[in-house]
Design a protein around this ligand. Structure first.
Ligand code: ADP
Length: 501
């Protein structure tokens, strides 16, 4: 059990005065209709710093009654409020303003993210926060570029289409990239003229709430963005079930994805799901090893392995298998794990006690299944939810550690014979979020990229994501594509108009 709230202890090492001020300003509230309010139940829950297990903040525990209020506000804003009359240029201005405010507060947001999630501060500052701003900026550009069409129908008709917003969107996000996931959800929804109810993950509510403050500062009309913190069953399920929410966008586990899909059946919400992965990273003998080894390492251990598109199954051609895993092990042993606020840290703790126990369980499972640990395989010492980056070798693609998403710093290195075998084993999974191939043979690279059943394939790199390009899953990794112009499809619906001339 965590100790009583002491911001000084929980946020030890924090340097940003604005972060301490935010944490000390009392229990965090819900954003409903432009105002920060406590949960109707009066309940709060603790947000824990996973690096030291101390309570960073108390956060309002939203429930069904709060979701109802937020939906009322979002509906009103959508149908009759100021937002309904806001033109595309003005919407763009709002989104640009949010991006600018994120940039202005980047140091603060990065530190808050690092404290709340446990990710390395340098990575939050270099990636999460600028990418969140970039996402808003990218979709600001889209506001004025969402076109309908004129259709060559019968000459007696004037026939055209309108692309209209879907309406009130429920957006449920996970804890691995809290601010970035909030921006992937909110930016395209707002660009298309929708209103939103965002539910951050209970482990990491803080940057979404700070973003809520920035959104209010940017001057968005009341009710356009509502933020309901709380648990999955309770706040999340109330969103998924709500009869007056038109669309639900979810990123998280397959298990919860299925619940969301079922709950959405009531009023036939439009649903998009971005679920897990067990992505293959395929290394051919002609790959440039100086790049393949460190990228395979970061491809699986980045963000303590808590990345849905992590390259957790590293397939290495049999002739170079031993040499490759040796090098991978050496590199991994040189990776600094520790205090996320320390600039030298490359890997922090995992996000929560629950995740810590879960990952630890998989370390045992891997050993029981007969895989061999070359490095790691155990937990860190002392306080904080640290798990040492772990490489399992002699892994067979049928083992549980090769089939189930662990969502922690655990790699499975699997040998393959030839190209066909690599593709077969790579595709032999229920997931299909991402994949990578390393080779200098251009033709093979593209052949393998085509053959892999995954929403994203990287060639000679790992983990590139850009708001310009779609992201989403094949198979049980979900459906719908976020980012790029594809998110405009998710957040609009098309109306056909016929007029008799
Ligand atoms: P993870 O396994 O990565 O923690 P989850 O799928 O459990 O991911 O959680 C992702 C998000 O889904 C979180 O915001 C969580 O609160 C929410 N959630 C969990 N259970 C439900 C549910 N039954 N209905 C709606 N949302 C849920």
């Amino acid at each position: 059990m965590a100790a009583a709230l002491s911001v000084e202890t929980a946020a030890r090492g924090a340097k940003q005065p604005a972060v301490l001020e935010f944490l000390k300003s009392g229990p965090k509230k819900l954003l409903i209709n432009g105002k920060f309010v406590p949960a109707k139940s009066g309940k709060t829950f603790e947000s824990i710093n996973p690096a030291n297990e101390e309570v960073l903040a108390l956060v309002a525990e939203g429930g069904k009654a709060d979701v109802d209020e937020a939906v009322k506000a979002a509906r009103k804003a959508f149908e009759e409020g100021k937002w309904a009359r806001v033109g595309p240029h003005q919407r763009a201005k709002y989104l640009f303003k949010i991006a600018e405010l994120i940039d202005q507060h980047a140091d603060e947001l990065a530190e808050l993210e690092s404290l709340d999630n446990g990710k390395a501060l340098t990575q939050a500052r270099a990636i999460d926060i600028p990418a969140a701003a970039e996402t808003f900026r990218y979709y600001a550009g889209w506001c004025s570029k969402i076109y309908g069409e004129t259709n060559p129908s019968d000459p007696s008709m004037f026939n055209y289409t309108l692309r209209e917003p879907v309406g009130v969107c429920g957006q449920i996000i996970p804890w691995n990239f809290p601010l970035l996931m909030a921006s992937w959800k909110l930016a395209p929804a707002l660009a298309c003229g929708n209103t939103a109810i965002l539910k951050p993950a209970e482990q990491t509510s803080l940057t979404a709430l700070r973003l809520g403050e920035l959104i209010v500062e940017a001057g968005l009309p009341d009710g356009v963005v509502n933020i309901i913190t709380g648990f999955g069953p309770g706040a999340g399920s109330a969103i998924a079930e709500h009869p007056d929410i038109d669309k639900v966008a979810f990123t998280g586990s397959g298990e919860v994805g299925r619940l969301i899909l079922q709950a959405s059946a009531g009023n036939l919400k439009k649903v998009s799901l971005e679920l897990g992965g067990k992505s293959p990273n395929i290394i051919f003998p002609d790959a440039e090893m100086e790049a393949a080894v460190p990228n395979a390492m970061m491809g699986v251990f980045y963000n303590s392995g808590q990345v849905c598109c992590a390259g957790t199954r590293i397939f290495v051609q049999r002739d170079i298998y031993d040499k490759f895993v040796d090098q991978l092990t050496k590199y991994t042993e040189g990776m600094t794990m520790g205090d996320p606020l320390d600039p030298k840290t490359k890997m922090g703790p995992v996000v929560s006690k629950e995740q810590f126990d879960r990952v630890n369980g998989y370390l045992d499972i891997g050993k029981q299944e007969g895989a061999r640990v070359t490095t790691g395989g155990e937990l860190g010492n002392g306080k904080g939810y640290y798990v040492k980056p772990t490489i399992f070798v002699d892994v067979n693609n049928d083992m549980r550690i090769a089939r189930e998403e662990i969502f922690g710093p655990v790699a499975a290195a699997i040998p393959f014979k030839d190209e066909n075998d690599a593709v077969f084993q790579g595709n032999n999974t229920s997931y299909g979020l991402a994949a990578a191939v390393w080779t200098r043979d251009v033709s093979r690279a593209h052949k393998v990229a085509r053959a892999l059943k995954a929403g994203t394939v990287w060639i000679n790199c790992y983990g590139m994501i850009d708001p310009i390009s779609p992201f989403g899953g094949y198979k049980q990794s979900g459906f719908g594509r976020e980012l790029g112009k594809y998110a405009i499809d998710l957040y609009t619906q098309v109306k056909t108009v016929f007029m008799k001339l």
